[in-house]
Design a protein around this ligand. Structure first.
Ligand code: 4NP
Length: 178
């Protein structure tokens, strides 16, 4: 809080957009999928001028690489284009820049917590906190079969709908409602 204003409000004055960061380990399977799906939700809701989404990884194994071909193809079958994304690792500046930093599982959340300045810790959450499904982790599909990538997409679509509803309610409430 600065002078009684939540940090997210300050960021909005500076960047004019709510900033959302999706985080997994390699930044080639789950978080780019979450990036692509949530970007689709933002655009469909006509909120691209108000919400920005990006993705990154806690690990450095795949920096600069395209998403895993299995993620690209599974997403494409549902109409999401991940082909332009390139993997990057979480930077210290991300904790300042983003309003929502959403981990795909508890291990990545723990890794983020270990690096995050205390003042920004409230920004860190599990992405599936926003899902209707009673599930905490988007399972790592990297060593699984193709069906694992569809499970990832099911969970990510669910959480993306919940996250968009949350951001709308909290940051852009309908003045005519209630
Ligand atoms: P992601 O999946 O964290 O969803 O991008 C993984 C990608 C690569 C590796 C592990 C998980 N890896 O060990 O290289």
């Amino acid at each position: 809080m600065i002078y009684g204003c939540p940090r997210a409000w300050i960021n909005r004055l500076v960047t004019a957009k709510i900033q959302v960061l999706m985080v997994c380990l390699g930044n080639i399977c789950r978080s780019p999928t979450a990036h692509g799906v949530f970007k689709n939700r933002i655009e469909n809701a006509d909120l691209a001028d108000k919400i920005h989404v990006d993705c990154s990884g806690t690990g450095n194994y795949h920096i600069g690489e395209k998403p895993d071909l299995r993620s690209i193809e599974t997403a494409a079958r549902r109409g999401y284009d991940l082909s332009s994304f390139r993997a990057r690792q979480v930077q210290a500046s991300d904790f300042e820049r983003f309003d929502y930093i959403l981990a795909m599982d508890a291990t990545n959340l723990g890794n983020l917590r270990a690096r995050c300045p205390q003042v920004h810790l409230p920004k860190l959450q599990l992405f599936l906190d926003y899902a209707a499904a009673d599930c905490e982790a988007v399972p790592d599909p990297y060593f699984s079969g193709l069906e694992g990538f569809d499970v990832v997409l099911d969970l990510i679509e669910d959480a993306s709908d919940g996250l968009l509803a949350h951001i709308r309610d909290r940051h852009f409430p309908d003045p005519g409602a209630g």
